[in-house]
Design a protein around this ligand. Sequence first.
Ligand SMILES: Nc1ncnc2c1ncn2[C@@H]1O[C@H](COP(=O)(O)OP(=O)(O)OP(=O)(O)O)[C@@H](O)[C@H]1O
Ligand SMILES: [Mg+2]
Length: 186
Amino acid sequence: MNDVTVELLGLLAPLLNDDITSETDLDPSARSAAVEPAMLQQALMNLCTNARDAMPDGGALTIETRAIHLTEAVDKARPGDYVRLAVRDTGCEIPDDLRDRILEPFFSTKEPSKGTGLGLSMVYTILQQHHGYLEIESEVNRGTTIAMHFPVVPQPADSSDDTLPQLLDHLSDFSAVQPFCEVSQP
Ligand SMILES: Nc1ncnc2c1ncn2[C@@H]1O[C@H](COP(=O)(O)OP(=O)(O)OP(=O)(O)O)[C@@H](O)[C@H]1O
Ligand SMILES: [Mg+2]
């Protein structure tokens, strides 16, 4: 898992400014999620570009996985097992009065040339399509964590299938994600 992580961060590196460090915090017990790898890739890239934009003076970006057991329904997500895939940054906070708006299509606080306001609405749509849920935590001086939760796919006991390695394989063709990345380059 560690090798795979290093590979992902290498691929993300061209997106990040030199003064942003990146690392992963992976839970070995996080299992496969019921999500198409290309969609997961796009959602993850959207969150990473937002984290980068929130840290114009540098900071730390962390990609985190966790196994989560949900005991009560959240939105359309039913109680059960989920894999949490979160992007954490140490950048500016999301003001309280904007929290309800940031998932809206075309809502952006960035200059028109830097943001269309579609990144988070796309993430939210992907989560809804997959019966998952989103958590947003943001605090002054501590930064923001945006966490996607996807339902876990029950796997046969002898299966070694794992969505994160699949995603990382997909990302190894960096040219596939380049056009998306260029949209948000400063
Ligand atoms: N990690 C974050 N830290 C602080 N603010 C954030 C973060 N992620 C999103 N936001 C806020 O939410 C708004 C909406 O984000 P969203 O990704 O939908 O659009 P955008 O980044 O402005 O444009 P686009 O993603 O289309 O290039 C941002 O303009 C920003 O104000
Ligand atoms: Mg964005």
